[in-house]
Design a protein around this ligand. Structure first.
Ligand code: GDP
Ligand code: MG
Ligand code: K
Length: 298
């Protein structure tokens, strides 16, 4: 490994059908393509991990940043802005064939609250005459101060290597977060854990400290039906806190689970079976460093 290995997180955002999945497929390759064929992947927030000899780029799709079909609430929008502030750079992808639209305005409004470099990626340039790009560029330039504007064709590959090179330059020096052969993960884990944590704090009227943690131990979509199984553990530091969260004959934990499940179902767009339990673990914050997952970096 080179001694100045670079790594980081890049959010890909953009309206549906602009070519985000196509770009991921091209960059990450075959394995992710199989997943992206499923219609729910766009709601699934898959992330792709690109690794080469000197860098690792973790691409994430940010829930709540796209104009929602139904109202997901302020919480989601806040979470989306929060997670955009956690990444190293943002790729805002548009379709060269289309003009500026309301969906873009929604995204640009979110982006204007975010203090990270934003790259405007104009995709599908194979479909337009080069002369048509300039007015489009001018139109978007007015809306936001982009770090750079890069036209590509995700389908045919034009300029994709250049884009990767530019993105790599944006990344800080850092570790390899994921093994080379791991190309996807569930970035929605963090949001799901925050949803559960929020319910726990709210329903116990904050009788437990904010430092409680929720760790998602498993997320799996059932093959045969539209159902996602999730196992999560609420970690507290004292057994008295465990008692509060479990409640009388488990009533509190049941309520937390029920409310969290409703939010998670809205997030994932499918039914959820949520298993929730509570564990006492002293000093868990010190152990936090061992959790390399995105979202646990304070
Ligand atoms: P997403 O919803 O943003 O993930 O968009 P997809 O990657 O699913 O792409 C939507 C459609 O646009 C698909 O039919 C792709 O084949 C097509 N597409 C994506 N990128 C390009 C491109 O660079 N050129 C052309 N001509 N079509 C593209
Ligand atoms: Mg897609
Ligand atoms: K996607």
């Amino acid at each position: 490994m080179a001694d100045s290995f670079k790594s980081g997180f890049i959010a890909i955002i953009g309206r549906p059908n602009v070519g985000k999945s196509t770009f991921m497929n091209r960059v990450i390759g075959q394995k992710i393509a199989i997943m992206s064929d499923k219609p729910q992947t766009t709601r699934n927030k898959i992330q792709g991990v690109y690794t080469d000899a000197e860098s690792q780029i973790v691409f994430i799709d940010t829930p709540g940043i796209h104009k929602p079909k139904h109202k997901l609430g302020d919480f989601m929008v806040k979470m989306a802005e929060h997670s955009l502030n956690e990444v190293d750079a943002i790729m805002f992808m548009i379709n060269a064939e289309e003009g500026y639209g309301r969906g873009d305005q929604f995204i640009i409004d979110r982006l204007s609250n975010v203090d990270k470099p934003v790259y405007l990626i104009i995709n599908k340039i194979d479909r337009v005459h080069p002369d048509d790009l300039l007015p489009l560029i001018d139109q978007y330039k007015e809306k936001l101060d982009f770090q750079e504007i890069i036209p590509i064709s995700a389908l045919e590959g034009n300029n994709v290597n250049h884009l990767l090179k530019v993105l790599k330059e944006e990344l800080p020096e850092g570790p390899q977060y994921y093994p080379e052969d791991q190309v996807t993960d569930h970035p929605e884990r963090f949001i799901i854990s925050e949803m559960i944590r929020e319910k726990a704090l709210h329903l116990t009227r904050e009788e437990v400290p904010h430092s409680i943690a929720v760790v998602i131990e498993g997320i799996k979509r059932r093959e045969d039906k539209d159902m996602v199984d999730i196992q999560a553990v609420i970690i507290v530091e004292r057994s008295s806190q465990k008692g509060i969260i479990i409640g009388k004959r488990g009533s509190m934990l049941k309520e937390i689970g029920q409310r969290a499940r409703e939010d998670i179902e809205a997030l994932l767009g499918s039914k959820v079976f949520l298993e929730l339990w509570v564990k006492v673990q002293k000093d868990w914050r010190n152990k936090q460093l061992q959790l390399s997952e995105f979202g646990y970096r304070d």
